[in-house]
Write a protein that binds this ligand. Structure first.
Ligand code: AMP
Length: 299
């Protein structure tokens, strides 16, 4: 099974109560690909500027990620800066410098067009639809979005939602998209727009899955120390899609296992800054924590 992700590749500046880092590897496509790479071969598609350090691509390659689809354009790599308040629940975006990401026009090669699983990370909904049209006959596709597109391009977003099987979104965005505060009603509203599967991420409160079987809840793993929540959502999506792709089947049981793998990967991501935890994380640790999830909720 091959898994394709299209999205941002970034250099991030991050400040949290635990410290600060500048120019670290980030972007939705990177967090997603790193998490998913524990399960299946991943192909990442994105754009970087000519200032992008080669060592970052080497790291992605070392995790078995195909980076052929990350092309270099003359100019600056997308840069994003965020600062977390003491609670870690509130994040202020300090800056967003699009650089070459502004002209991002994903053009898939032959191998990429044959991908079985596709994840459209947070990019313009018209681009998401264009990418989807380029993939020949994916077995399963899913997308993310953000408040910027919900407010700015609602018609294009609805058109794209009409073509995807799964939306993975955070709670505030689900409310904004549907005008429903209640998440059960919000998920039902999203399902009416197209996706038959809706995953609503709730940060430290876990994630909810809505499908034909009803609702399933995955807790967030209770951690004693969180250093940096950046990328937890994309990492969740990577674990979720990677697990599904490895099982080669999307059904109520595989979806529920995927929710727990998503939560597991996200819980590791926040333990260190940026993608650093993925530099040392081993599959054995993932399985051990996945098993602990059982004891968290069994009674
Ligand atoms: P998250 O913590 O899930 O919101 O993901 C944070 C990552 O998203 C960071 O690595 C950023 O580089 C990236 N990011 C921030 N803003 C955007 C944007 N407007 N479009 C695409 N990626 C973004």
């Amino acid at each position: 099974m091959s898994l394709l992700v299209v999205g941002s590749v970034a250099l991030d500046d991050i400040e949290s109560p635990s410290g600060a880092r500048t120019g670290v590897l980030g972007g939705a496509a990177c967090y997603f690909a790193l998490a998913a790479s524990y399960f299946v071969p991943v192909r990442a598609v994105g754009v970087v500027g000519d200032d992008f350090p080669k060592e970052h691509l080497d790291f992605l390659r070392a995790r078995g990620i195909d980076v052929e689809g990350i092309y270099t354009s003359p100019g600056k790599t997308f840069r994003w800066g965020g600062r977390y308040r003491d609670s870690l629940n509130v994040r202020d975006t300090l800056f967003t410098e699009l650089g070459v990401f502004d002209g991002f026009k994903p053009k898939l090669g032959d191998a990429h067009r044959a991908s079985d699983f596709v994840f459209l990370a947070n990019i313009h909904p018209a681009l998401q639809l264009d990418v989807l049209g380029q993939v020949r006959s994916p077995m399963f596709n899913a997308m993310d979005t953000m408040n910027f597109w919900i407010e700015g391009t609602p018609a294009e977003l609805k058109k794209t939602l009409g073509q995807v099987q799964c939306l993975i979104i955070n709670d505030e965005e689900a409310r904004q998209l549907t005008g429903e505060h209640n998440l059960v009603r919000a998920a039902a509203g999203i399902r009416e727009l197209g996706p038959r599967i809706v995953v609503i991420k709730r940060g430290e409160h876990g994630a909810l899955l809505f499908d034909e079987e009803g609702v399933f809840m995955a807790p967030a793993f209770p951690l004693e120390e969180v250093q940096d929540p950046t990328g937890a959502g994309d990492t969740f999506a990577g674990g979720f899609m990677g697990s599904l792709a490895r099982e080669r089947f999307v059904g109520s049981e595989t979806l529920r296992r995927a929710m727990i793998f998503g939560s597991t990967l996200a819980s590791f991501c926040v333990e260190e800054f940026g993608v650093d935890r993925m530099r040392t994380l081993e599959m054995g640790e993932i399985y051990a924590r996945y098993s602990l999830f059982r004891s968290l909720t069994r009674f």
